[in-house]
Structures are given as structure tokens and as C-alpha cells.
Design a protein around this ligand. Structure first.
Ligand code: SAM
Length: 218
């Protein structure tokens, strides 16, 4: 299981585009949807903000938007903080290194990109989703992108081959194959919808799909 600490945090930005086919497109399309739906002075909660890439791009789209950058890894958030300072946007961002259910925000939109597949479906995913729900204004959109259960017997192999084409080494491919099998907690569409329903959300609408990675708005 990735820890998102130390060297893993330092190397994150270099590695992620080789591990998630369509990573940049996912961010671009999510940001396009936010631009199409939010007005000035919106507050966006980014759950699992990591090294701050989503926020750095969104802050450029609208200079009145404010953000909460939440993550459970202090090392990832330290990199995000440095990025925000260098970009001159730090005054618009509150950084929160604590679980989302401890926050007190009323967000106009929430992003939770590439986070929930690291959380076990033993009550922990539900806790995360309920935390999101409690920090959201009524009817505000939530964008969730996750690794899903494969829909064909060859999807994972296709994904690994694509990662290799994106520059992942043979050792990296072997490690990723192990992680996909053992270290992630992907859901199928039925369970995903059921869980959202149990947490008070509506029907998820697919807006992004690249091999095993799906993006939904709810
Ligand atoms: C793959 S990174 C995604 C970062 C960023 N959203 C992106 O798209 O680049 C996953 C992030 O989720 C964070 N994370 C894992 N479990 C979490 C949880 N329960 N609550 C909040 N963040 C979590 C990790 O620390 C890491 O920064």
C-alpha cells in the first residue's frame, strides 16, 4: 500500500502520470466541469489534495475561488504548500491535515480524485463519504475518480501495458500489478452506487473513463 510519505511523496508528481493513464486528462475534464458549474467566490474542498496539483490548476481558472486542501499525509501537503506559495495563491487555501469528517466546511463543490480506492470498504469508505456529505452545501456536486473493479478479464493487463508505454519500468509494472491485485480496494459500479446511496448521495453520473479509472459526478 502506498504511504504517500518521504520519498514516495517527493517522487509522486514524477510517477503518477505513468501509473494512471489519462491522469492529466482526468484533471483537465474535472476542472472543465467545475468551470461550467461554479460561479465567482466558490469554495472548493479537495479531499486527498496530495501535492496540490488540482488546486494549482483550478486557482488559475478563477482568481476568486477559495479552497480547502485536505489530506492525511503531512508530507504530501508540505509539497502542496510550497507549490501554493511559489504560485502566489497560498492566501486562498486552507490546508487541513486531518480526516475529512473532522472538518467544518460548507463547500460549493468537492473533488476526491484517486483517493477512495485506498480506503477499505469496511466502514472506512462510508466514513469518508459521510465526511464529504457533511462538508457540502445542499445539491453541491462531488467529483469522485477511482480505480474500479475490472469490467473485462483483460482490462488490468491493458492498463499495465499502457503504463509501460507511458514510461513505467518493468519492476514498476510488476509492483503495480501486485498493488492492483492486493493493495487497492476497488468497487464495482453496483457497490459504488449502493454506498453513495447509503451516504445520502444521488445516482453517480460517469464523466471520465480510462481503463480501470472512472470519474463520476454525484
Ligand atoms: C493518488 S494520490 C491523489 C492526489 C491528488 N488528488 C491527485 O489527483 O494527484 C492519493 C492521496 O490521497 C491521500 N489519502 C489517502 N487516504 C486518504 C483519506 N482517508 N483521506 C484523505 N486523503 C487520503 C493520500 O495521502 C494521497 O495524497
Amino acid at each position: 500500500m502506498p504511504t504517500f510519505t518521504g520519498e514516495e511523496a517527493q517522487e509522486y508528481d514524477n510517477r503518477i502520470t505513468r501509473l494512471v493513464p489519462g491522469y492529466e486528462l482526468l484533471h483537465q475534464l474535472t476542472n472543465a466541469q467545475l468551470s461550467a458549474t461554479l460561479t465567482d467566490n466558490a469554495h472548493i474542498l479537495v479531499v486527498g489534495a496530495g501535492t496540490g496539483k488540482e488546486i494549482a490548476a483550478l486557482a488559475n481558472i478563477n482568481s476568486t475561488w477559495q479552497f480547502t486542501a485536505q489530506d492525511t499525509s503531512a508530507d504530501m501537503l508540505a509539497i502542496a504548500k510550497q507549490r501554493f506559495i511559489e504560485q502566489g495563491i497560498d492566501a486562498r487555501i486552507s490546508i487541513e491535515c486531518q480526516p475529512v469528517d473532522k472538518l467544518k466546511v460548507k463547500a460549493d463543490a468537492v473533488l476526491c480524485l484517486l483517493v477512495m480506492h485506498f480506503v477499505e470498504d469496511n466502514g472506512d469508505k462510508k466514513q469518508l463519504l459521510k465526511g464529504i456529505k457533511n462538508n457540502l452545501k445542499k445539491s453541491a456536486p462531488v467529483f469522485i475518480a477511482d480505480l474500479m473493479r475490472p469490467e473485462t478479464p483483460f482490462e488490468r493487463e491493458a492498463q499495465l501495458n499502457t503504463c509501460k508505454e507511458l514510461g513505467l519500468s518493468e519492476t514498476g509494472k510488476t509492483q503495480m500489478a501486485h498493488n492492483l491485485e492486493r493493495e487497492f480496494y476497488p468497487l464495482d459500479r453496483m457497490r459504488f452506487s449502493e454506498l453513495l446511496n447509503e451516504c445520502g448521495f444521488g445516482i453517480p453520473k460517469l464523466y471520465f473513463k480510462a481503463l480501470g479509472f472512472s470519474g463520476y459526478v454525484v
